[in-house]
Design a protein. Structure first.
Length: 368
């Protein structure tokens, strides 16, 4: 494990609190981690400072520190990449994925039809492409491994489990799932994660000349017609999805799908007992009732509290308004996760490509 650099904001011992409720908060930026995670190099520290609590002010550039403490501390990053193999001990899909992290198995999809014996699928298109070739082209695995996945019953075509190797399909007209994950077969669709800094407007252009999302796009992305999924207000930092997939974006923002979002919230302390229960039960705001799905104290230092909240509401400034209502105005707010996609230790101000495994999980959340 990488030893964290010393910080001017003081030092804290990650062993002192123990358990999930103990952690670092928003720390100053530090040198990038050396390990590759599939995205850009991070400026978050790989470990926690030794003493003194979190720094209440904004960091120079690195965002909050998301490296794992030595024991028991809060880690906003995702699961380990060394995931188990797929069903029956065979290889998992996207095992050699370059970008993103493995997010584990997808919840079993309902309403799939499984044939009693290998048969030619009703979706067989004599003029189409062999199913295993389509899967291999989508980056699932080698063609031989894809054939094994088909015979093991791990592949669906338009909701039907296909076990026959002779099936040909038209990738432009069918939906293919492997282990419950939808394959994105349209190479023109793009998916990115942006770690938005404070002070950046959640628009592609700003008539007032303020910093906006397009200022952080590389020249190779300037020609792509990307739009952001949801919004973060100017003073809120963290995860913002960028895509040109209109159907996915609409579902992620539609309230009926209840996609959860995770935030780290810094407020002044101390906090009275029962605030968390009050926010879980619900608070009456000017535009209606609102509540969080979960509320967890992450860290505290004299005068400051760090809280993690999860909620699926997408209403404007909902987190800030809820904390205002309970008498704890937000000092700093960072979104760390949206659905299955985590910010991890991505450097603030950077944009990384979503891996196909991550895209598959994101689609599964909204029923695609």
């Amino acid at each position: 494990m990488t030893q964290a650099p010393r910080s001017g904001s003081g030092r804290s011992n990650p062993r002192s609190g123990g358990g999930a409720g103990s952690s670092r908060g928003f720390g100053k930026g530090s040198k990038p981690a050396t390990g590759r995670t599939g995205g850009p190099k991070s400026s978050g520290a790989a470990g926690a400072p030794k003493s003194g609590g979190f720094k209440p002010g904004a960091p120079k550039e690195g965002g909050f520190k998301s490296g794992a403490p030595k024991s028991g501390g809060f880690k906003p990053g995702g699961p380990r990449t060394g995931a188990p193999k797929g069903k029956g001990g065979s290889e998992r899909a996207f095992r050699n994925e370059r970008f993103g992290k493995n997010l584990g198995p997808v919840t079993k999809r309902p309403h799939t039809r499984r044939p009693g014996k290998p048969v030619i699928s009703e979706h067989h298109d004599p003029e189409g492409i062999r199913l295993q070739k389509v899967m291999a082209s989508a980056g699932v695995a080698s063609r031989r491994v894809c054939e094994e996945m088909i015979t093991e019953g791990r592949v669906e075509v338009d909701g039907e489990v296909v076990t026959e190797l002779g099936v040909r399909v038209d990738p432009k007209t069918v939906a293919i799932h492997v282990d419950g994950m939808r394959l994105q077969l349209d190479e023109t669709q793009k998916y990115y994660v942006f770690n938005k800094p404070r002070g950046v407007v959640s628009t592609m252009e700003d008539p007032e000349g303020r910093p906006c999302i397009s200022d952080y796009l590389k020249s190779t992305n300037k020609h792509e017609r990307l739009f952001h999924v949801g919004r973060l207000d100017t003073n809120t930092e963290g995860l913002l999805l960028l895509t040109n997939d209109g159907e996915l974006a609409n579902r992620l923002t539609h309230p009926s799908y209840e996609v959860p979002k995770t935030y780290l919230v810094q407020v002044r302390g101390p906090m009275a007992h029962g605030i968390g229960a009050q926010m879980r039960e619900g608070i009456e705001l000017e535009d209606g009732f609102a509540k969080v799905d979960s509320f967890r104290l992450v860290d505290s230092t004299p005068g400051h509290i760090l809280v993690e909240v999860v909620l699926h509401s997408g209403r404007n400034r909902i987190v800030r308004r809820m904390f205002d209502a309970v008498g704890h105005p937000v000092e700093r707010l960072v979104r760390t996760q949206m659905g299955p996609i985590r910010l991890n230790d991505q450097r603030q101000g950077s944009i990384r490509v979503l891996g196909r495994h991550e895209v598959g999980h994101l689609m599964a959340v909204v029923g695609l």
